[in-house]
Design a protein around this ligand. Sequence first.
Ligand SMILES: C=C1C[C@]23C[C@@]1(O)CC[C@H]2[C@@]12CC[C@H](O)[C@@](C)(C(=O)O1)[C@H]2[C@@H]3C(=O)O
Ligand SMILES: O=C(O)CCC(=O)C(=O)O
Ligand SMILES: [Fe+2]
Length: 324
Amino acid sequence: MVVITNPSTVDQFPIPKLHRPPAAAAACIPIVDLNSPTAAAQLVSACEELGFFKLTNHTISLNLMENLEDEAVKFFSLPLWKKDAAGAGAAPSGYGSRRIGHMGDVGWIEYLLLQINSINPSLSTSLRQETIKTFFISALNEYITAVKKLACELLELIAEGLGLRPRNALSKLLMDEESDLILRLNHYPSRESSSGGVTGFGEHTDPQVISILRSNNTWGLQVLWVPVPPDQSSFFVNVGDSLQVLTNGRFKSVKHRVLTNSLQSRVSMIFFGGPPLKERVAPLPHLMEEGEESLYREFTWCEYKATAYASKLVDNRLELFEKH
Ligand SMILES: C=C1C[C@]23C[C@@]1(O)CC[C@H]2[C@@]12CC[C@H](O)[C@@](C)(C(=O)O1)[C@H]2[C@@H]3C(=O)O
Ligand SMILES: O=C(O)CCC(=O)C(=O)O
Ligand SMILES: [Fe+2]
């Protein structure tokens, strides 16, 4: 199953020492219970304090998540030439291995990036290859429909918690038929424990509005270098750069990364919700106090995305748009 054959150019580092035992690490990650009557307030606090939280009691079944995970595992087990036929290089979507983006980032990872086209049911023309279509189509469609609905529910609850009117002030950015939505399937192959840890996905923030991650039960994700205990039946949600701007810095787009140091492979699936390309990304007037000024200069999602995709993972992309 492992297709990555040359780890020598991937950053090696000593096995990270946990400064806190896993139980304490878990205590640092806010948990939002979607069933709770105070869910809206919990969401706002988590987005303000860390920009990242674990979401429990959502309505997406484990079975639906596992169906897509199973298809992803089958896909990643295919010979390289078949995976490459899905669109090698992942530009703008398709299969990629080791290289992340176009600015020289590498990681111990292979992945499938899928641009989701809302006009044409749920999958874009990026699914160029029949193999993927046959493997994935039904599991993907089901998952995408469910996770997009969840993203919109969260954004509506967040709007409620912030006292924003109308309630769809944020979710409409993802509901638009031209919204820029991406689904990413990541596979971090297992490694011999004796060979130390490596970077799976280098530190970065996500450029979009919201990211919703589900992984199997393998460790690896770190938020501000706190290891996040995996939980295959929950989602992990993070604020993206665009939501930080929409809230004029009140919500935090948090740095995260994946370190792989495991005998078990990690499979994650992440939904990235972005606005239509022509959408202006600016602080929502209803959230601004009297006399408060935007921390950012005006830009569209198209401009921001172009800048983001021309930057390295570690770069602080928002800084380029801050007013000084
Ligand atoms: C190095 C890069 C990969 C990335 C585009 C970028 O130039 C900087 C942002 C990266 C990121 C992080 C979140 C998502 O995984 C992603 C798809 C995105 O929208 O921005 C990736 C980009 C990618 O893998 O192409
Ligand atoms: O695969 C993961 O667990 C996280 C990956 C990630 O942060 C990303 O794809 O943007
Ligand atoms: Fe990310």
